[in-house]
Design a binder for this molecule. Sequence first.
Ligand SMILES: Cc1cc2nc3c(=O)[nH]c(=O)nc-3n(C[C@H](O)[C@H](O)[C@H](O)COP(=O)(O)OP(=O)(O)OC[C@H]3O[C@@H](n4cnc5c(N)ncnc54)[C@H](O)[C@@H]3O)c2cc1C
Length: 495
Amino acid sequence: MTSKRSLNENDIARLQELLKGTEAKLVTPKEEEAYTTSIRRWSRAAEKPAGACLIPKSNEAVSITLKYASQNNLDIAVKGGGHSTAGASSTDGGLLIDLNTHMRTTDVNAENQTIRVGGGALWGDVDAALAPHGLAAVGGTVADTGVGGLTLGGGFGWLSVKHGLVADNLLECTVVLADGRIVTSSASENEDLLWGLRGAGQNFGIVTEFVFRAHKQGDMWAGFMVFPPTPEVISKAVEAVNSIFTPDADGKTKAIGKAGSGIGFVKPPPAGGQTMFFVASVFDGPEDAGKELFKDVLALEPAMSTMAMVKYENANKLMQPPIGARVSLKGSSFELPIRPDFVMSILEAYTKFTDEVADAAGTQIMFELLDPTKIIEVPNSDMAFANRGRHFNAAIVPLWWDKANDAVCRQWSRDVALLFKAELERDGAATGGSGDGWIGKRGEHGATMVYGNYDQYEERSKDVFGANYERLQELKAKYDPTNLFNKLFAIIPKA
Ligand SMILES: Cc1cc2nc3c(=O)[nH]c(=O)nc-3n(C[C@H](O)[C@H](O)[C@H](O)COP(=O)(O)OP(=O)(O)OC[C@H]3O[C@@H](n4cnc5c(N)ncnc54)[C@H](O)[C@@H]3O)c2cc1C
C-alpha cells in the first residue's frame, strides 16, 4: 500500500471545484476562525495542523471528498466529537473532515423508541433530544464526548448496566465508503459491515448517521462522595464496592441492572490542594434504594457529597473536566476483588506525581465499576468489539497545561498502567489466552482486556480485536482496501 500524502494547493483548488453546489466549506489556515474550530480537540495535545478542513453539510459532499482522497492517495482524518486524546481524529498536513460543526442533528422517533443522530453529534445532543420524551440512549458518561468515536469503539455508559454497550444499541448506520459509495448498514443490509462498525468502526468509512435504540428512563440517584484518603476509608470503601459488584453463587450482583460506580483520586480545585479519594455512584432508582445499596460507603461520612436525585442527562454532567487543557487518556483493566493495598499503591503513585508536577494537579485516576452482567450476555464474536468479560476499565487521566510536560505526563500514565497490569497478573485472574496482547493474557471468553477507546497509544490492533482480527481483515479488504481510514487501530486488509 502506498503511503498517504499531504494536501497541496492543487488539491484544494480541485476539491473546491468538485464541491460546488454542495454547501460544504473547505477551509484553509487562512480562514483562521473556522480552521481553528475544526482542528480544535478536547485535549490540546491532540491537535495537529491539517492542510485543509472540509466542513460538510451532506453525504454528497463527504462522498465527493472521499472519492477524491482515495483516487489521489491523500492522508485524511475524521473528526466526530474530537475527544481522542491520541490524535486519532487529527492529521498533520492532510485533509480533515470535520463532522462536528454541521453534522450533529438529532431526530427522535418516540413511537418506535429510536433516535437518528448525525455523525458529528455529542452525547449531550442525544440526551437533550430524548429527555422531553422520557427516553434515553446508552451513551458516554461525559456529555461532551462524541457519539462517533465512542460508539464505533464499543462504548460504555451508566445505562450499560441495564442495556449493554452503546454498540449493542446501534441499529443502523449510513456510511460513506472510501470509494464514495453511500451505503446503509443494518441487520438486514450490509450486515457484515455493521458487525465491523460495532467495535472497529473507525476502519471502514465515515458514518454520517447513526440510529440507536432508546429506552424509557426515569431519574437517578447520582453524584460524588469525597473523602480524605486514609487507609481506613479506602479499605472500607473498597470492601463496600467489592461487595456491591461481586457476583454471588448464582452469578447475580447486588448492582445488577441498577448501579454503576467509580472510585479514584483527584485533587479538587483550587490547584495544589489535597489529594482526595472519591466514590462516584449512579443508581437507577429511588434515593432510598440507592442509599441502601451504598450504605457502607455513606457510613464513612464523606467530607463532601453531591448525591441527589437527578435527571439522566445530568448524571452525564457529573464529570466535566476543564476545557482547554492537555490531557491523555490511558486505560487499564482490573478485576474484583479490588485489593485495598493495591489502591493505596495507586494513591502513592498519584500523590507523588501530582506533587512533583504541579502543572498536572488536575490529573485523575478512576476505577470504573459498571455491572457487566448485561454486557456479557453477548459473546465476544457477535461483533468486532472483543472485550466483554467480568473485568472493568480503569482510566488514568493526566491533565496538564504546559507542552513541556507532555512527555513526563504521558510516561506517568504508562507507568501507572503497568501497575494495573502487574496487579492483574498477580491475581492470576486473566487466563487462557494466546499471550500476544498488551496484557499478555486473555480474559474470560477470550476478552482482550484492552478497551481501545481508552488505549489509543502504543496498543496494536490485534491487542484490541483479539480473535476477531482475521474477520476484520476480510472486511477491510472489502470496504477499505487502500486503508484510507488508518488513524486508529488500522487493520491490514487481507491480501
Ligand atoms: C472526557 C472523556 C470521557 C470519556 N468517557 C467515555 C465513556 O463514558 N465511555 C466510553 O466508552 N468512552 C469514553 N471516552 C473515550 C471515548 O470513547 C474516545 O475518546 C472516543 O474516541 C471519543 O470519540 P469522539 O468522536 O469524541 O472522538 P474523535 O477524536 O472525534 O474520534 C475518535 C476516532 O473515531 C473516529 N470517528 C469519530 N466519529 C466518526 C464517524 N462519525 N465516522 C467514522 N469515524 C469516526 C475518528 O476518526 C477517530 O479515529 C471518554 C473520553 C474522554 C476524553
